[in-house]
Ligand binder design. Structure first.
Ligand SMILES: [Zn+2]
Length: 302
């Protein structure tokens, strides 16, 4: 069933503010957090988003800057850690679990990874028996992944990418929050999959102890830094498991599995007090079921 918001969620190339929520269509939108962050929150479904969005060109530039370590100091070493000589850490084991599950649940075939990071997931997908293809907006990231892992990567926007028909699996780990239109990304994924094909999505979970603490603390003097740790300059959409699920279902997917996890802190450069605080929030998230990362496997009905 077409959703009323579909028509108006076209590529945002100007600075207009949204008049309705991307997920639920509600027009009850309110400011969220300090004005410097330009965040708004939907009172209907809880979606938090940057409004107005940067232009599509600025978004592409920020992804290129992120690859070159220019977006956040604490993530500067992450890219280097997951090239050819990667250590077998929780992030790698997480990737392996994803590609193995996708291989078992689809029977293998062609997998497209959208937003390839270092290309490591493509490498692991090939080990799991897939023919992997990457789709990456940052040209230097694509070139480096090809060089490190010998994987095929198509440079450009996923919405325009030239992909083989009838894909068996698509992975979008930490991607939707970077896009100018998550609905159109999911629609493209739905169209690109074969009937019965499987999509994996992972996003930061706004309904988590980490964001709860950030929202609480960023209004207090001297603690604004925490806000910029979790509301980073190349993330534009902050989902909860519920509103992400609604969006997937509106596009036509059937959700098979959802999961939450704590992000692995070992690869980030944090000061000891920030690390201690985030470790405590992760532990609290585990106990309360409000962890800072949300995942879903969603099937295109056969
Ligand atoms: Zn909403």
């Amino acid at each position: 069933m077409p959703h009323p918001e579909m028509a108006s969620s076209a590529l945002s190339t100007d600075r207009r503010r949204r008049t309705s929520c991307l997920v639920c269509g509600s027009s009850a939108l309110q400011a969220h957090g300090p004005t410097a962050l330009s965040l708004r929150r939907c009172r209907g479904c809880g979606l938090v988003f940057v409004d107005p969005l940067p232009t599509a060109e600025e978004i592409a530039q920020r992804e290129d800057a992120a690859f070159h370590g220019g977006v956040a100091d604490h993530t500067g070493e992450m890219f280097e850690a997951y090239y050819r000589n990667y250590a077998d850490d929780p992030v790698v084991r997480g990737f392996r679990t994803v590609v193995q599950h996708l291989a078992e649940a689809t029977g293998g075939g062609t997998l497209v990874d959208v937003g390839i990071g270092t290309g490591l997931l493509l490498h692991l997908a090939r080990e799991a028996g897939f023919k992997p293809i990457g789709c990456e907006i940052a040209p230097d990231a694509a070139a480096r992944a090809q060089q490190e892992f010998g994987v095929e990567v198509r440079v450009g926007d996923f919405l325009d990418a030239d992909l083989p028909p009838g894909l068996d699996a698509i992975t979008m780990g930490d991607v939707l929050e970077h896009t100018y239109d998550p609905r159109r990304f999911l629609e493209r994924a739905f169209a690109a999959l074969r009937p019965g094909g499987l999509l994996y999505v992972a996003v930061p979970n706004h309904r988590s102890t980490t964001f709860w603490a950030a929202d609480l603390l960023m209004h207090l003097p001297g603690t604004a830094g925490l806000g910029s740790r979790v509301y980073v300059s190349n993330h534009y959409w902050y989902f909860s498991p519920a509103n992400l699920g609604h969006l997937l279902e509106q596009v036509g997917f059937r959700i098979e599995t959802t999961r939450q996890e704590a992000p692995y802190l070992g690869r980030y450069n944090f000061s000891p007090p920030v690390r201690a605080g985030l470790t405590m929030l992760n532990a609290l998230g585990r106990i309360t079921g409000l962890e800072a990362r949300a995942e879903a496997y969603a099937r295109k009905p056969a």
